[in-house]
Design a binder for this molecule. Structure first.
Ligand code: NAP
Length: 459
């Protein structure tokens, strides 16, 4: 297994990396040194002569050429901003983000003989770059380790411990396992999980999963496990079908689960159990993605990206959202981000009014659909989901200029989409939302941008 250390300048990547490599008996590679050796110039000179763009190009080439196999790699401080570097660094590797506070970093960098790269005062440069890069660092890491008040030897010991014992919180593994044992799953899956969680050699070290009730029918495990195989990430993804989301999040903390997809009925209920919530998820009022790093659980919403991406070409359109639940809130947020004029129509009108008021859009009963003549219709209700064979709209409600997007994805062509197709409308299936929200979710958990075609092929 290759071990990659990332983090800002001054977090101790090189010092810790050398100690760790010696402890593990592995070669040590510093990507900055690799670049210097390849181009025969020191990095500050490369920055002066080629600018940051030239340096990043060389860094990309150097990282792409890193040998696979067992080694300890220290990656340059800005390397993980580029998702292509993340993909190359993560392949067959575990990535540890070394962290320290702004003041500590400024003090450490101030004492080093390498000048600031931007020519600005060190503290200013550190503060700004850290804020800019933090999301990329968190996405690209499997584990976050603080070097704030630990010696490099202690940090190397900690990393060695994680490599040996796995990501579970020391002393809490048994409590997390107790929940996993209660969750119904087939024998083969239970065996895979047991080998992952008992740290058997040669099996994935990390776990991700979907929390929902029910969720055993979800397409997510197949897609994610195929993506893990494709990118050679040492992870297994499983369905955690359990009625108590607090217990699932508790087990995720205890077992060091890296990423959770969250589905019905927990997208709102999960929020109080998390440590931080992304501003977009807070505005929508729902979390469908949880990412853990260094014991901190962060919540995101990627449903709105899944709704926005397929209709990006319709900016400024007049849109109707059918439904007023969690998916409808993500839809309204997505369509407003494209400057659409939105009306929420719902069976229970007061729920439509409440949702519309949160986003400053219009609301009404389902019966007012024919008065609106929208360009886009989004079905965000569960009507038409297997085994239901009904549709909220009839052929006479639709005009051929309309685009009809059904968020329901089982079956792939819902009764509403079949009616819309016959009426000559452009139709968008719920699998589109699934694919795009999953690509965004995978990006939050791994830092890798999955090409659209690959996601489609693997679903
Ligand atoms: P939710 O919070 O339970 O909301 C359900 C909505 O459907 C409510 O507005 C409800 O109206 C309405 N509804 C239910 N039965 C109805 C009926 N018989 N007639 C009229 N309206 C009815 O569910 P959600 O989380 O928003 O999810 C909604 C759907 O989105 C799901 O069923 C799922 O298929 C789809 N979805 C798809 C993806 C994807 O990746 N493609 C992701 C997430 C969700 P009331 O307010 O009157 O109860």
């Amino acid at each position: 297994m290759r071990v990659v250390l990332t983090g800002f300048r001054g977090t101790g990547k090189t010092t810790v990396g050398k100690i760790l490599a010696a402890k593990l008996g592995l070669p040590f590679v510093d990507t900055d040194r690799l670049i210097e050796d390849r181009v025969g110039r020191k990095i500050p000179r490369v920055f002066r002569e080629e600018g940051e763009i030239g340096f990043r190009r060389m860094e990309r080439e150097a990282i792409a050429s890193l040998p696979g196999g067992d080694s300890v790699v220290s990656a340059g401080g800005g390397a993980v901003i580029d998702p292509v570097n993340v993909e190359n660094l993560r392949r067959g590797s575990l990535v540890f983000l070394l962290q320290a506070g702004e003041e500590t970093l400024s003090a450490r960098i101030g004492m080093s003989d390498r000048p600031s790269l931007t020519g600005r005062p060190v503290a200013e440069e550190v503060g700004e770059l850290l804020r800019e890069r933090r999301p990329a660092y968190l996405r690209a890491a499997d584990f976050c380790v603080s070097t704030e008040s630990a010696t490099p030897e202690e940090v190397a010991d900690l990393i060695e411990g994680i490599l040996r014992d796995g990501p579970a919180m020391p002393g809490h593994r048994e409590a997390g396992l107790a929940l996993i044992e209660k969750i119904p799953m087939d024998g083969g899956e239970r065996e895979v999980l047991a080998s992952v969680l008992s740290r058997k050699a040669g099996v994935p070290l990390g776990l991700c999963g979907i929390a929902g009730y029910p969720c055993s029918h979800s397409k997510s495990p197949v897609l994610w496990n195929r993506l893990f195989a494709r990118y050679e990430l040492p992870y297994h993804y499983t369905a955690l079908e359990w009625p108590n989301i607090g217990e699932v999040v508790g087990a995720a903390r205890e077992l060091g689960i890296r990423g959770l997809s969250v589905t019905i009925p927990f997208k709102e209920k999960v929020m109080p159990f998390l440590d931080t919530i992304d501003p977009e998820a807070r505005e929508i009022g729902a979390v469908n993605t949880v990412v853990q790093c260094g014991g901190v659980l962060r919540g995101y919403n990627t449903d709105w990206v899944g709704i926005r991406t397929p209709v990006e070409d319709l900016g400024g359109a007049q849109a109707v959202v059918l439904g007023a639940g969690g998916a409808a809130a993500a839809a309204v947020y997505a369509l407003r981000s494209l400057n659409m004029e939105v009306t929420v129509l719902n069976r229970t009108e007061e729920n439509a009014v409440r949702l519309a008021a949160r986003f400053g859009v219009h609301a009404g009963p389902l019966s007012s659909f024919r008065d609106i003549h929208p360009d886009l219709v989004v079905n965000a209700t569960s009507v038409g989901m297997d085994p239901d064979r009904s549709s909220l709209l009839a052929a006479g409600d639709l005009e051929k200029e309309m685009t009809v997007f059904d968020l329901v994805y089982t079956p792939p062509e819902t009764p509403l989409l079949a009616i819309a197709r016959s009426a000559g409308c452009r139709i968008i299936a719920g699998t589109e939302m699934f694919i795009h929200q999953a690509r965004e979710q995978f990006f939050h958990v791994t830092g890798i941008r999955v090409p659209e075609g690959l996601a489609r092929e693997l679903v």
